[in-house]
Design a protein around this ligand. Structure first.
Ligand code: 3HC
Length: 291
């Protein structure tokens, strides 16, 4: 199946990035948000991201206009009736996702593939809520979506094999590499990455080293583009904490228990880049110094 028209529901950081990726690859995109205010924020994400590429000379202004011209923004899910694929990127609340997928199941043609960008919820539970569980998959992008080259394609025990193959081929068309993964908490990347980030917070709490030294150690000693605290700020401390909680719930392995420090920072509203404060930030960043 060739995908030409796609819908993206939820235009936050991830959804807007995903919409941009599709439009850059020449697909027509319908971007859906809940209300006019959220839609305006989504438009802002798209304009800033493509504008930055123009400023850096990576994109000609005409190319940016073409990309943005392929994206239609709407607050009506009903506008998704003719798309070949929908990717959902709304908040990680299972009830919201199930209600959305029931709606998409009613609105879209029976052949339309419905994908979720969830990083922590059960794709199987979402698929089972629809009348087309064989055509529901996970399509997990990474932050920042326009830059990161991987898509995890999550199949469930009832996914039609052809659907995984089609979505894998689509990822290739987007310039990404797809890996096929099963529906287990964290899939592959988060299953391995989040415990590492969690341990970084634990090391800081133990007083083994502070923020800057831990980040420098992992950047310079391992060649990672960012240290763990820079990456926690990028992912969002709330998102990271939530995924850690899901890993712990599924495995019951104490090593996955989320660090109390992260819980404290999330409770205090230090969420990373999205709130302007986290382990880094203009004011009140937490660098592991004495509380
Ligand atoms: N949107 C679009 N493009 C962006 C971007 C964004 N938010 N952030 C950076 N870019 C682009 C820049 O424009 C630049 O493009 P160019 O080379 O064409 O000019 C390129 O990416 C490199 O950016 P910079 O030079 O500004 O900065 P860096 O070289 O420091 O790279 C980074 C920034 C790409 C974020 C890099 O630090 C990196 O790869 N970090 C690790 C990110 C990572 O691990 N992400 C996965 C998180 S886990 C996840 O998402 C799963 C979830 O479920 C929790």
């Amino acid at each position: 199946m060739a995908f030409e028209r796609v819908g993206v529901v939820g235009l936050g950081t991830m959804g807007a990035g995903i919409a941009e990726v599709f439009a850059r690859a020449g697909l027509r995109v319908i971007g859906v948000e809940a209300d006019a205010e959220a839609l305006a924020r989504g438009r802002g994400h798209l304009e800033r991201s493509t504008g930055k590429a123009v400023d850096k000379g990576r994109l000609a202004p005409e190319q940016r206009d073409e990309i943005l011209g392929r994206i239609t923004l709407t607050t009506s899910r009903e506008d998704l009736r003719d798309v070949d694929l929908v990717v959902e990127a709304i908040p990680e609340i299972l009830d919201y996702k199930i209600s959305l997928f029931k709606d998409l199941d009613r609105i879209c043609e029976p052949g339309t593939v419905l994908a979720t960008n969830t990083s922590s919820l059960s794709v199987t539970a979402i698929a089972a809520a629809t009348g087309r569980p064989g055509r529901v998959v996970g399509m997990h992008f990474f932050n920042p979506a326009p830059v990161m080259k991987l898509v995890e394609v999550v199949g469930t025990v009832v996914t039609e094999p052809g659907v995984v193959a089609d979505v894998t081929a689509l990822a290739g068309r987007l310039g990404k590499t797809a890996v096929a993964v099963g529906d287990r908490a964290g899939f592959v990347v988060n299953r391995l990455l989040l415990p590492y980030l969690n341990h970084a917070a634990a090391l800081m709490e133990l007083g083994v080293a502070g923020r800057d030294d831990i980040d420098a150690a992992m950047r310079l000693g391992v060649g990672l583009p960012m240290g763990p605290f820079g990456l926690l700020d990028l992912i969002g401390l709330d998102t990271a904490y939530e995924v850690m909680g899901v890993l712990f719930d599924e495995t019951r392995d104490r090593r996955h228990a989320p660090s109390p420090l992260l819980r404290e920072l999330v409770t205090a509203g230090l969420l990373g880049r999205k709130s302007g404060r986290g382990f880094y930030g203009e004011s009140g960043a937490y660098d592991g110094g004495a509380p």
